[in-house]
Design a binder for this molecule. Structure first.
Ligand SMILES: [Zn+2]
Length: 394
C-alpha cells in the first residue's frame, strides 16, 4: 500500500480535502481517503500542490497526431477542414510513430481514458498495448451525398472489423457531423450500433452549420462545391443543426455532443429532452485554435448539463493535455467553479465513456489513476493554475 498526501486532495466524489491523503494498493485500487493528520505510523509521500483522479479526454483524434503545427490558427472551420482534407496523405511509418509518441504523452499527463475518433485503423495497435483505456468511435461521413452512402458504409465496416480483432477496448460507429451525414447513413449507423454504447458527433462548431439547417444558405455550399458536390435542399429544417441530429440519432445510445460552441439553452433543452443520457464535450483550445471562440458555459451550468472535456486532435491543438484545457477554461471563463471543471475533466468523461465504475473519482474500490499538479497552495479561492503541469503519479 502506498500513501500520498497533498496540500489539496480532490477526490471529486466529495469536497476537496486540505492536507488530504489517499491510500492506493499495488493494483492502483483506492483503499482510503482522508485528512493526512489522521494517519499515524505509516510512510506518507507528500506532494506539494494538488492530487486528483486520472483525467479523461472525451474527444480526440489520435490518428491525426502527425499533423501538429500544419494548419493555420484562426481561419474558421471551413478553411480548416479543407486544409485537413488535403493533408491526410503522409507516410504510414510517421503516422504510426506519432500515434505512439502521443499515447505516451497523454499517459504521462495523467490521462487514463480517451474517447477517440478513428477514420482509419492506424491507432489500433498502440491502443491495444496502451495503459490508457480507449473508446474508439469509428466515424462515418458521406458528405451529404446519397450516392456515396453505400461505399462509405463498406469502407468503415472494414475499419470497424479490424477493431473487433483487438481485445481490450470498446468501440461503436458514429456519424461525423450534421453537415456531412445523410439521413440514410444515420439510419445505417443506428442499426449497426443496435441502441448500445456511446455515440459521439461533432455539433454546432461554426455559424454556417446552423445557417445550413435553418435557412439552407451559407458557406457550406461553397465548401462542398470545391469538391464537386452540391447539397440537396431537403436538408433545411428551419431549426438549428442539433435538431437534425436529434431527429436522426438513436436516443437509446449515450450521446456525446462535441464542441457545442454555438449551442443555446433551447438547443440544449431539446437534446436533453430527447435523450436523458446526453454528454457535452468541450474542446476549448481547439475552439480557440480554429474559430477564436468558446462555448457559453453558463448555459450548460444553468441546465445541469453533463460537460466533459476533450483535446480534439493535434491539427487543432498545441498538445493533447486535459490539464491545459482546464487552465484555458479557468483563464477565459473564470466564472466556472474550479471543482466543477475538475468533475468535467474526470467523472463526467468517465460516465460518457461508460467507465464510471472504475474511473473518475478517488472512491474506495476504484482504480482511477492519480494525478499531481505541483503548485503553490494557499487557499481554494486563490488557486494559481498558470504555468502548472499535470503529471501522472500512478
Ligand atoms: Zn473532432
Amino acid at each position: 500500500m502506498k500513501y500520498y498526501s497533498a496540500d489539496l486532495l480532490i477526490p471529486v466524489d466529495q469536497a476537496p480535502i486540505e492536507q488530504g491523503y489517499v491510500a492506493i494498493d499495488d493494483f492502483g485500487v483506492v483503499h482510503s481517503v482522508g485528512k493526512a493528520d489522521s494517519l499515524s505510523s505509516v510512510d506518507v509521500k507528500h506532494l506539494p500542490g494538488l492530487l486528483m483522479p486520472g483525467l479523461v479526454n472525451a474527444h480526440c483524434h489520435l490518428e491525426l497526431s502527425h499533423l501538429v503545427g500544419r494548419v493555420d490558427t484562426g481561419t474558421g472551420l471551413l478553411p480548416f477542414l479543407k486544409k485537413v482534407v488535403t493533408l491526410r496523405d503522409i507516410e504510414l511509418e510517421e503516422i504510426l510513430h506519432q500515434v505512439k509518441v502521443n499515447d505516451q504523452y497523454m499517459y504521462d499527463r495523467g490521462i487514463v481514458a480517451v474517447g477517440d475518433i478513428s477514420n482509419a485503423p492506424h491507432t489500433y495497435q498502440t491502443k491495444e498495448e496502451s495503459s490508457i483505456q480507449y473508446y474508439t468511435f469509428v466515424e462515418m461521413f458521406d458528405f451529404l451525398q446519397p450516392t456515396m452512402t453505400e461505399t462509405t458504409i463498406a469502407q468503415y465496416q472494414e475499419v470497424y472489423n479490424l477493431l473487433s480483432q483487438t481485445k481490450k477496448n470498446q468501440y461503436s460507429y458514429v456519424p461525423h457531423a450534421p453537415y456531412t451525414v445523410t439521413e440514410d447513413l444515420f439510419n445505417q449507423i443506428n442499426k449497426l450500433n443496435g441502441g448500445r454504447g456511446t455515440v459521439s458527433v461533432h455539433n454546432q462548431e461554426t455559424p454556417p452549420e446552423n445557417e445550413l439547417f435553418e435557412y439552407g444558405t451559407g458557406g457550406f455550399h461553397d465548401f462542398y462545391a470545391q469538391f464537386g458536390f452540391t447539397i440537396d435542399q431537403n436538408i433545411v429544417r428551419n431549426s438549428t443543426a442539433i435538431h437534425y441530429l436529434i431527429e436522426q440519432m438513436d436516443p437509446n445510445c449515450k450521446t456525446l455532443f462535441v464542441h457545442n460552441t454555438l449551442t443555446t439553452a433551447e438547443d440544449l433543452k431539446a437534446a436533453m429532452e430527447w435523450n436523458s443520457q446526453t454528454y457535452w464535450a468541450t474542446c476549448p483550445n481547439a475552439n480557440l485554435y480554429i474559430e477564436n471562440r468558446l462555448p457559453d458555459y453558463q448555459v450548460f451550468l444553468d441546465n445541469d448539463a453533463k460537460v466533459c472535456i476533450g483535446t480534439d486532435s493535434l491539427t487543432s491543438n498545441w498538445q493533447l493535455d486535459i490539464w491545459e484545457e482546464v487552465k484555458t477554461i479557468k483563464r477565459y471563463k473564470s466564472y466556472v467553479d474550479f471543482n466543477e471543471i475538475i468533475s468535467w475533466a474526470t467523472i463526467n468523461g468517465a460516465e460518457a465513456l461508460g467507465l464510471q465504475d472504475s474511473l473518475g473519482t478517488l472512491s474506495l474500490g476504484k482504480a482511477p489513476g492519480l494525478v499531481h499538479v505541483d503548485m503553490k497552495f494557499d487557499s481554494m479561492n486563490a488557486l494559481q493554475l498558470e504555468g502548472t503541469t499535470a503529471r501522472r503519479v500512478c
